[in-house]
Structures are given as C-alpha cells and as structure tokens.
Write a protein that binds this ligand. Sequence first.
Ligand SMILES: Nc1ncnc2c1ncn2[C@@H]1O[C@H](COP(=O)(O)OP(=O)(O)O)[C@@H](O)[C@H]1O
Ligand SMILES: [Mg+2]
Length: 615
Amino acid sequence: MTDPAADKAKTRELEPPARPTPDRGPGSVRLMRRLIRDFARHHWGKLAVSVVCGAVAALATSANALLVKYVLDDAFKEGAAYSTLYLIAGAAMVLAVVKGISSYFQTVLMTTVGQRVVADIQNRLFSRLVHADLALFQATPSGQLISRFTTDANQLRFASTQVFTVLGQQALTLIGLLATMFYQDWLLGIVAFFVFPFAIAPVRRMSRRMRKVSLNFQDEMGHFNALLSQVFQGARHVKAYGMEAHETARATALTERIYRLFVRASRVRAASSPLMESLGGVGIALVILYGGWQVTHGIRTAGDFLSFVTALMLAYQPFKQLSGLNVQVQEGMAAAQRIFEIIDIEPAIQDRPDARPLRVTKGGIKLEQVSFAYRTGDAVLNAIDLNIPAGCKVALVGPSGAGKSTVLNLIPRFYDVTGGRLTIDGQDIREATLVSLRGAIGLVSQEVSLFDDTVRANIAYGKPGADEAEIVAAAKAAAAHDFIVDLPMGYDTVVGELGTRLSGGQRQRLSIARAMLKNAPILLLDEATSALDTESERQVQDALKVLMTGRTSVVIAHRLSTISDADLIYVIEHGRVVEAGRHQELLLRRGSYARLWDLQFADPDVDGVLVEVHG
Ligand SMILES: Nc1ncnc2c1ncn2[C@@H]1O[C@H](COP(=O)(O)OP(=O)(O)O)[C@@H](O)[C@H]1O
Ligand SMILES: [Mg+2]
C-alpha cells in the first residue's frame, strides 16, 4: 500500500475538488438493529425455520470431519471388516444429501426475507417521499432522489442477500466445525486460532474505510443520476447553446470520480483476503507442528489428527466468506444509511394533532401581516396584508421576483408563513387538515404537469373515479374536447411523460379541464397563459373565464390586459403591497401600475421590466 497522505495529495490534483463528507450517521450496529426492528422482525417465523435448516447443514458438515477419523482409525485398522467401509461411504452420502437439501431451504427462505425487507424499505421510502415537503423537491435534484431507489436499493439488495445467506449458513457451519475441533482437542484448537485476534484491529479499520468509500461512491452515483436527468430533460438547450462538450466534461469528471472510488473500494475489499490467508497459513503450520509431534509420540492417533485438520480445512471456506461479508455489510449499511436519511426527514408541513377539516362557506382569503422567507434572513414577503373577497377575481401584478408566486405557494400550504397568518373563511389554514385545504383549491400554473398516461386519466387527476360524462363535460368547458377527439386515440391517447406530443395551449387546456373537474371553490392561476402564443392564449383565456365564474380566484398574469377586468388588483414590489384598487383607479393614480401598463401598451410583446425567462 502506498502512503495514504501522498495518495490523497495525488488524487487531489487529478480530481475536481472533492465534496466534503461529513462524518455522518449512526454506527453499523445501530443501523442493523433498526433494520431488524423495523423491517425484519415481522418475518421471524421464516427466519427461525431457516436458522434450523442452517443448523442441520452445519451439523452435516461437521459430521464429515468426524467421519475421517473412522475411515483412518476403524476402516483401515488391520482385520477391519469391509462392511465398515460401506457404512462410512453410505453415511458420507446421506450427510451430503441432508446438507444439500437443508442449504436449499435455508437459502430460499433467507433470500425471500431479505428481498421482502428491501421491497418494504423501497415502499416506505416512496411513501415518505410523496408526502415530503415541496421544499425538499425544490432543494434536491430529482436524479439524487431517484438514485436512492436504484443504486442504493440495489446495493442494499445485494448486501442483504449475501448477509442473510452467508451469515445464516456459514456462521453456523463455522461454529459447528469449531465445536468439533475443540471437542477433539481444545489445546490444538487454541493453537490453530490464537493468531486470529490479531486480525480484529485491521478488520475494524478496514470496515470504517469501506463504509466511507461506499458512502462517497453512492453520493457520487446520486450526482451522476442528477446530471443525467438534467441533461436529458434539457437536451434542447444543451444543443442550442452548443454545450455538448461542457456536459461531456462534467460527466467525465463524475465517472472518473466514481471509477476512482470503485477502485479504492475494491482495494479495501481485496485487502482482507491476503490478511486472512496469511493468518490461516500460520494457524495451519502451527497445527501441523504441534499435532504431528503428538502423533509421532503416540499421544494421538493419525485419525484424530487428520480429522482435526479436515475440520480446520473445512472451516477455512466459511471463515473466508464471513470475513469478506464484513465488507458487504459495510456497503449495505452505507446504502441503508442514505435511504434512512430520506425516510427520517419529517415533513414540516403536517396536520396538527387537533387539525379539523376546513369549512369553506364562501372562499374568502385573508393574509394578515404575512411574512415569509425561503431561507432564514432572506425575507421574500414583508408583513403583507391581502384581502381576497369570496367569489372575486383578484390579480397580483408586479415585477418578476416580487413575491407573487410565493403568495400563491402559501395558500395551499406548500410552505408555511413565517409570520402573521393566512385565513380562509376566517379559519387559520394551519389549523385545518391538509386534505381539506388542498381539496378546496384548484391550481393552474405556467408549467403543466401531464403524467405519462391517457388524456382521460390526466383530466381525471382532478377527481379520481370521475365518470366519462363528467370528464367530457370538463373537457368541453375547457375548450379541449374538440382537439382531444381529433387525437389519434381520442381520450385514450397517451400523452408523453412531459406531454410533448401536445402544444403548449393544448396542455394548458387539459390542465384547466383537470381543475374544472376538481370543481374547487378557490382557484389559483399562476401565469397560466404566459407561455402561450396570442392565438392559444385567447382560447385558454376563454376556458379560464368559464373556470373562474363563481369561484374565488387569485390570478397572476403576465399580460395586464388579461386582468384589467379584475375586481381588485394588488401591485406587489419587494414583497410589499405598493398599490391596490381596480384597473381604472390605478391608471388614474399614475403610480407603479400605470407605469407597468404604459410599458406593455407601448409594445405589448416586449414588456420591459416584466420580461421573465420562461423555461
Ligand atoms: N423555492 C425557492 N427557494 C428559494 N428562493 C425562492 C424560491 N422560490 C422563489 N424564491 C425567491 O423568492 C423571491 C420571490 O419569488 P417569486 O415569488 O417566484 O416571484 P414572482 O412570482 O413575483 O416572480 C425571488 O427572489 C426568488 O428568487
Ligand atoms: Mg412567479
């Protein structure tokens, strides 16, 4: 092995700056205990049967070692009957069959339990993730989260198969053989094994290294997955900006890092082998010297001695496998740790214990002295007061980054206010259940999420179990029915993962149909038409008008002409309301709103301060 410090310095200059690895997480024992308590315990019946099978296999193996003694001492004895040899041969065969059958059941049972545990962990992870705060998804690249399901789950799966089978089988076999050896000659047993305690310290050091390398490796795989999903999703922009070489370089840097970590992991893994081999060699040499001396001095028979050596040789395989297992345990624990890190994130937005269903009578919304910051100290809303009367269309306008979308995020509690309170029909939304709150709100935003499913299913997302008539009615009201029936399979047409087979206006009308079907009393529209061309914008506007009737609507609009009919307009700048009123009043006031209006009126398609970059 090279000097570790020099090694590190060398890799440092080759590698992009390494990410810091915080010394994280609980020890292997704690993790293992948790795995057993939370996931494996329920399968104790299968585990018990499989341990019994393992014990039978272990006994059969140990008995083989004892047979050697009878071959040498009884069957080869002068004047021994030939039948003794038959008897011993028969016994050897029976032992082999018993061992084969019991290991089969043991392996099958252990693997079933191991895989069940991994599947349960994956399900738990998924259900924790879909319930996680929106903030988590905005802070973590999706590729990172996906890798917990793929790379980490696979690692855990592999480790658990190994651990459950090898540990169950080889540990018992080893114990059986050790018992046989010590039963035959305890002193010789001590001679054979007294060197092994010397291995404990190096093995522990190796374990720690392995765990660290494994964690880094899995982290890098997460970064790699994140890069892949970003590049594939943004393929158009990568090409348009000619960034292929740049992205390739980023990918290469990551694969290099993964390659190096993988090599480092194999080096640690391989290092356990020579250590154990050498110690095993020392043990065998000592046994031959001492045991041989006993035989030549007539203290032991040759049968005793050879039977002991056979047991020692037989013990070698399980011993080696068990010591190699340590490495896999470390890898599995690293994966478990990364998975538990996500499972353990408690969502900040949860129902209070005393939460009650929201009673929406009219749907009036009030923000009272509401402050909010995504990051502490970085206030986005400053003690803002908004009154959104029931059944009205209220518009929020203002420059990009003013905090308009943030206001909309607070209403369904995607985030909680950091100061003040937000009420719907007089009830603080933090005292209502999330299900009732979100059930009362329809959301149409600029980026439309269509799922990789049929048009029908995508509309029915607004109301699971809706019947055909309701779906068609919603599509008609959203001015989507006509183009849907023109699609190759009508309502059964599958729209791609990102809905790419539809135009922006068509996708937006599907999402309006979805909101229509949900029929919620409160409607939030965040730049629903900003990404559209004038023609589709007109169609979508018509659909939105239908959707808004009779509901409380909060509308953020890019083009002010679409909100000039609003019942109330709030102009927001830097997280504060700077003006409020109806269109005409605000124009007459010649303030911020009038300035924004003039800018757009001068050239409705180039809107100065309102220009935003749309992904
Ligand atoms: N998820 C987020 N995490 C951190 N900061 C955010 C997040 N979303 C928005 N911001 C910041 O909050 C401010 C207001 O954003 P936003 O409400 O989207 O503005 P608007 O919709 O008026 O253009 C901006 O400075 C923006 O950078
Ligand atoms: Mg916005």
